[in-house]
Ligand binder design. Structure first.
Ligand code: 4AZ
Length: 248
């Protein structure tokens, strides 16, 4: 996250991370992700481009704040299944969404991640729901590049939803109806997602106080170019597909 700040411990209880497992590079951050139920996390499909989508390569960490310090609510799980969106193609940024099922906890089916005050799923938007404009309280979060290096502590940044027109200006026909655009709320304070934040959440608070994952950090031309917004997968365009995979 560029232009963010340290989050509060437990402040974003749905924030998860996909990390490498194994003797080499164990624990290396692959991508951010969002817990959406006890057993499923939402992330971006391009997260699996580099190392492939075999489940044994990865683990999912939840309840984390400082990536190098073991913490009270932090837990790691194996990966049982990786489901890329069937229309995702590695040579495009469209349909950049994946669902990851974490391994069942102590063999109990239907129960995976232990939920707590610091580990809770975010709400899915309603099908085709529009992101609340103007008044919305929206944030991006992640351990990705801050402009100097990856962050050891979970970063947060308040971000503004931008119009479709602003995105088309920057990205023309690469910008599709499956994408959202977001950027800085102040001209003199750049805020953006960056390498390592991909797959993580863009959440906004509903007037009722619930937090909804409207976006999944996906792509952009760079992380700090003036007036070039970041692009997020529009979760509301995928609700039927998500429900079909995860159930309920
Ligand atoms: C990346 O490389 C990346 N500013 C993520 C987000 C953005 C750009 C690049 C958007 O993962």
């Amino acid at each position: 996250i560029i232009g963010g700040e340290n989050s509060l411990r437990g402040g974003w209880p749905w924030q998860a991370a996909v990390r490498l497992r194994g003797s080499q590079a164990d624990g290396r951050l692959v991508c951010g992700a969002t817990l959406i139920s006890s057993c499923w996390i939402l992330t971006s499909a391009h997260c699996f481009k580099r190392y492939g989508n075999s489940t044994g390569l990865y683990k999912v960490r939840v309840g984390d704040y400082h990536s190098l310090v073991p913490e009270e609510y932090e837990e790691e799980y194996g990966v049982e299944k990786i489901v890329l969106h069937p229309r995702y193609r590695a040579d495009s940024n469209d349909y950049d969404l994946a669902l990851v099922r974490v391994s069942a906890h102590r063999g109990v089916t239907g129960h995976c991640v232990t939920l707590s005050r610091s580990v809770l799923p975010a709400c899915l938007p309603m099908r085709r729901e529009r992101v609340p404009k103007g008044i919305a309280n929206c944030y991006i979060t992640g351990w990705g590049d801050t402009g100097r290096a990856y962050s050891r502590t979970l970063q947060q940044a308040s971000i503004s939803m931008l119009s479709k027109r602003q995105c088309e200006q920057s990205y023309s026909d690469q910008f599709t109806s499956r994408m959202l655009c977001a950027g800085s709320s102040h001209d003199n304070h750049r805020v953006d997602s960056c390498r390592g934040d991909s797959g993580g959440p863009l959440v906004c608070e509903r007037p009722s106080g619930s937090w909804v994952v409207y976006g999944v950090t996906s792509w952009g031309h760079a992380c700090r170019l003036q007036d070039v917004p970041g692009v997020y997968t529009k979760v509301s365009a995928f609700v039927p597909w998500i429900r079909k995979i995860i159930g309920k």
